[in-house]
Design a protein around this ligand. Structure first.
Ligand SMILES: [Zn+2]
Length: 255
């Protein structure tokens, strides 16, 4: 109920600065409850969210403990960032969870050809947008206004959850772009013209991340089908002509 109350009060006005400790902790705890009782639960592993307020780094990361539980850590510099909002925070948590549950393509382990447990950065975004955020927001009928919302709704063919997810990803990409002076202007709905020939496993550009979130948001019809650890084409909308954007994903490598 707390999450619903907070999120329904959002508007498309410019983001207010950062998150306060209490709202972030409430949101993190609601996120955990929602996942533990819902369809995103996996193999009885626990999700532990650590908010490191004392750290000024603009960062978040996913690790595992010795028991295989899923740890997600968000640093204070990220939570206090002036572009951070409740919805962006949800996108961050979903991205980090995506490293645990996002499936293929997964990162390589060290300098070997073996795959580790962690999904690639682009896949964590794709999971966040196509499985995690829709699971959190599908029962909420949020209406916003403004040119960005109208554009997102148009790109999502009128689907409000898709528009909200696409915009949350765009806001997160803008947050990262503000930390990378060479990012250039981001555009919602822009599609990269030149496909990669080899899959990018690390962070792609903020524009590519925004593109991935929008592609994931448009691929949420099958949000209850988990991604597969080996086969990246399960539940990814590629058969329907959608799927991950070509700015980081090279499908031919997996066929
Ligand atoms: Zn990541």
């Amino acid at each position: 109920m707390i999450l619903t109350a907070i999120l329904l009060s959002l508007s498309s006005k410019p983001a207010r600065a950062a998150l306060d400790v209490r709202s972030a902790e409430n949101l993190a705890s609601h996120f955990k409850t929602k996942l533990n009782e819902g369809e995103l639960k996996s193999d009885a592993k626990q999700l532990v969210i650590q908010l490191k307020w004392e750290s000024d780094r603009v960062n978040a990361h996913a690790t595992r403990d010795d028991q295989g539980n899923m740890l997600v850590t968000v640093d204070g510099g990220m939570l206090r960032h002036q572009l951070m909002t409740e919805e962006t925070f949800m996108a961050v948590l979903c991205h980090e969870l995506g490293h645990h549950l996002g499936g293929a393509p997964r990162q390589f382990r060290g300098n070997t050809q073996f795959r580790g447990w962690s999904s690639a950065e682009g896949q964590a975004d794709f999971y966040a947008a196509s499985k995690c955020l829709p699971a959190l927001w599908s029962n909420q009928n949020v209406e916003k206004s403004g040119p960005e919302w109208d554009k997102a709704l148009e790109l999502c063919k009128g689907d409000r959850v898709c528009a909200r997810v696409g915009l949350a990803g765009f806001a997160l990409a803008q947050l990262f772009a503000s930390e990378r002076p060479d990012s250039g202007h981001l555009e919602l709905g822009h599609q990269t013209q030149f496909p990669v020939f080899t899959t990018v496993y690390g962070h792609s550009t903020p524009q590519c991340r925004a593109e991935t979130f929008l592609a994931g948001a448009r691929c949420a019809d099958d949000k209850d089908t988990p991604f597969d650890p080996q086969n990246p084409f399960q539940g990814d909308c590629s058969e329907a002509g959608g799927g991950r954007p070509a700015c980081w994903f090279a499908p031919e490598e997996f066929r």
